[in-house]
Design a protein around this ligand. Structure first.
Ligand code: F0G
Length: 483
């Protein structure tokens, strides 16, 4: 068997509107339904053909592909047939995204939290967030389109809380002509590290006052009326790429997800949509025999999805919220564009997996920070959104929602370094009051300058080294080897 052969199967992708059910061909880039304005999901009309192969045979195929030397199949497209099986090998953009590790919590951390859990480090993607999964698919699609349409210039645009723009700019920079990247950011609401990313990739970075929800409205007007390619998760090709997260979790646990509880931070709600869609596809193909449980997590400063699901089904009513300052800034979204997708997929998830299969947990800002700091002090590299997941796990446990055999997998959606400013505010007790975070002083960690700057001046290296060593010995109270 030739392990690295590029798949020969091709599907036929169609957009399905979640508002009115209208269908449109996947041959052109659409974001919202021209008939009713609803959001789309993409469907493969030839998905049934994939059922001709057994669940075991699919598991074997994906396991074999993990040894491939073909770049096109090394990342998210290890699961080619389940994602967007229309691309040729030459279309696929691979920048090292996907196949991120799952790191089990150490014994000490597990004991503190009270049950076993792991972090999936999606901050180990190339632009340091999970967004690369979706961008790899969206940019492969753009390459596929450009090849067919002979376009000579395509402006890609997105609004962002920081990570979408970092990923979009990086992939556009790699693909190059005819693509040009423009990103629209809420001024002062992305971290300096996130801002440096699209700047470094050479994108045009435009800022507007307001919050993400405002910028999103602006790019929606642009996408509806002008010739631009929208890269927010309204672009359903991104959702397909992000489904790879679910497939990787299942494969990591040897396709046995029965007792898994996945915790996912919810902002614009694209990620949780994709994760549910990915598990449902595996279930439909017999690749997994049961669904895991999915817990969405939201801060009480940006919690429209939690509010919707926190009341009994007959009282539910969708209402966007006005966000307040949140340390989970990347998920600080009051009007998530993918909410209709969540509703649809959560319904199916519950039909298949029971009432417990999909739930949303609310957490406090304080809990998010405390949880992130605790995780990272035990060897993780969690961002604030990953802290949100751990806070969600702790709350879910206290609410009695987790059984004895539960094993949690938390999505550290970005690398901790992107959000180090919040850690700094925690360590220096400088949170503006609107965040409502009171740091635990016992966790503050600051560098200590042992010698004044001018002590170095005029001394040779040996003399300075002796002074430096004496200062370290005094600080640590070290005992001599000869004592
Ligand atoms: N975590 C991180 C690190 C994010 O960047 C985002 C979203 C989320 C969680 C929430 O995921 O939107 O799929 O529910 N960031 C977007 C952006 C909105 O513009 O980078 P979601």
């Amino acid at each position: 068997m030739q392990k690295s052969a590029f798949p020969s199967y091709r599907g036929r992708m169609e957009y399905v509107c979640l508002g009115c059910g209208a269908r449109r061909s996947g041959d052109s880039l659409l974001y919202t339904c021209p008939d009713c304005g609803g959001v789309f999901l993409l469907e493969n009309l030839d998905f049934a053909k994939l059922k001709e192969k057994s669940g075991q045979a699919w598991r074997d195929t994906f396991d074999e592909r993990s040894a491939t030397a073909k770049p096109a199949l090394r990342g998210i497209f290890r699961y080619y047939e389940l994602l967007a099986p229309i691309f040729d090998e030459e279309d696929i953009v691979f920048l090292g995204e996907g196949q991120t590790p799952i790191i089990e919590a150490s014994g000490a951390l597990r004991d503190q939290v009270g049950l076993p859990f792991a972090y999936k480090n999606d901050g180990q993607n190339p632009s340091a967030s999970f967004k690369d999964r979706g961008m790899a698919c969206a940019f492969s699609y753009l390459k596929w389109l450009c090849r067919r349409q002979n376009w000579d210039e395509v402006l890609t645009v997105c609004a962002s809380t920081g990570d979408t723009s970092a990923a979009a700019a990086m992939y556009a920079a790699y693909v190059g002509a005819p693509l040009k990247s423009v990103v629209l950011l809420p001024h002062g609401k992305v971290t300096p590290q996130q801002l440096s990313q699209p700047l470094g990739s050479g994108a045009l970075v435009l800022e507007l006052p307001g919050v993400f929800d405002d910028c999103m409205k602006v790019v929606e007007i642009l996408a509806e009326n002008y010739r631009v390619a929208l890269l927010n998760s309204k672009n359903s090709w991104r959702i397909l790429g992000q489904e790879s997260y679910a497939l990787e979790v299942a494969q990591w646990y040897n396709w046995d997800v029965d007792d898994l509880c996945l915790f996912v931070p919810v902002g614009n709600a694209g990620n949780i949509t994709a994760i549910m869609a990915g598990f449902l596809k595996m279930y439909d193909l017999g690749i997994i025999s049961r669904l895991p449980r999915i817990f969405g997590v939201q801060s009480e400063h940006a919690d429209p999805v939690w509010r919707y699901y926190s009341v009994p089904a007959n009282l539910r009513h969708w209402e966007p919220v006005t966000v307040r300052a949140s340390v989970a800034q990347a998920a600080m979204i009051g009007n998530p564009v993918s909410f209709p997708r969540v509703k649809k997929l959560a319904q199916r998830f519950i039909e298949v997996g029971g009432e417990q299969a999909f739930q949303v947990i609310q957490v406090k800002e304080q809990q998010i920070m405390d949880a992130m700091i605790m995780a990272n002090r035990h060897g993780h590299i969690s961002c604030t959104q990953g802290g949100e997941c751990l806070a969600g796990l702790i709350n879910a446990r206290h609410l009695g929602l987790l059984g004895d055999n539960a094993h949690a997998v938390l999505d550290a959606t970005a690398h901790s370094l992107k959000f180090s400013g919040f850690q700094q505010m925690y360590f220096t007790n400088t949170f503006p009051p609107e965040y409502e975070v009171e740091p635990n002083p016992g966790l503050a960690n600051q560098p200590e300058l042992l010698l004044a700057e001018d002590v170095r001046k005029g001394k040779d290296v040996a003399t300075f080294a002796r002074l430096g060593a004496e200062a370290v010995v005094a600080r640590l109270g070290l005992k001599s080897k000869n004592a």
